[in-house]
Design a protein around this ligand. Structure first.
Ligand code: SF4
Length: 260
């Protein structure tokens, strides 16, 4: 069946008809007008004026380690393990001095801890050898560190260096697609679209707002639309209420098990 997005144009030439296929028309990147997007994020900003990540850290290095350890683990679980670890090893050199075996002991309550301990030592070694013991400030350099992918790099750039990035985790990926704010098939696609559709003035905090909204309200199994402040704007076919929850500032977010 012909792809309806492809426009075909038939050109006559001397001996034959040549089919020229034009590139697909760019897909609509969001179901929301600019005014609607501004209203969505205005409400999020009132609910959570100073959103913060829930991973505990004391400097850019401990943040890199915490984020790398958090893959397939809850923030609360990582915090429990890193509190003691970071008290004695908060620089790459101190982590190397501690050694892989001891690091493993500290983080053994976290999933995939053997591999993660290996990565923590390897990334500490690289930071000492190639970056003078400092965490680099570019995505290209960050993703060279063992155990650091694009998502981790984005979190570090945002939280440690104040750059507006969009670290697409499971919550952001789900919300972007569920409410059709920035639908995409891969996290990279969603990241690229969100960077374009989130109004500039809200971009810096947007990833935290979306993560927290996904974790506590627009949950994976059943979104709690009756508690949602954007229920009247939301265009998700899954939503169960049109009445927005009262728009008030929430008490400081309780750190808890991520609800999946
Ligand atoms: S109305 Fe429901 S589906 Fe829409 S964003 Fe809120 S919780 Fe999610």
């Amino acid at each position: 069946m012909a792809n309806p997005k492809l426009k075909s144009v038939t050109k006559s030439s001397q001996n034959s008809n040549v089919i020229v296929r034009r590139k697909p028309v760019a897909a609509v990147k969001t179901a929301y007008s600019l005014a609607e997007r501004e209203e969505i994020f205005r409400r999020f900003s009132i609910q959570r004026p100073e959103p913060r990540g829930e991973l505990e850290h004391t400097n850019p290095f401990t943040l890199v380690v915490a984020v790398a350890l958090s893959a397939q683990a809850t923030d609360a679980g990582v915090n429990k393990a890193t509190r003691a670890l970071f008290r004695i090893a908060d620089t790459p050199q101190k982590m190397l001095d501690l050694g892989e075996e001891k690091v493993r002991e500290y983080i053994k309550t976290i999933g995939l801890y053997r591999n993660k301990a290996k990565n923590v030592i390897a990334l500490s070694q690289m930071l000492v050898d190639e970056f003078g013991g400092k965490v680099p400030e570019t995505r290209e350099e960050l993703v060279r560190l063992p155990g650091v992918g694009r998502k981790t790099a984005n979190v570090v750039l945002s939280m440690a260096f104040g750059q507006a990035t969009m670290a697409v985790d499971t919550h952001i990926f789900r919300i972007a697609n569920r409410i059709r704010l920035a639908p995409g098939k891969t996290p990279d696609e969603v990241e690229e679209r969100l960077m374009k559709v989130v109004p500039k003035q809200y971009l810096y905090h947007a990833h935290h707002w979306l993560i927290l909204h996904g974790r506590y309200t627009c949950k994976a199994r059943r979104p709690e639309c009756e508690r949602c402040v954007i229920a009247d704007i939301c265009k998700s076919p899954e939503k169960s209420s049109d009445i927005p929850a009262p728009l008030v500032e929430l008490p400081p977010q309780v750190i808890g098990e991520a609800v999946e």
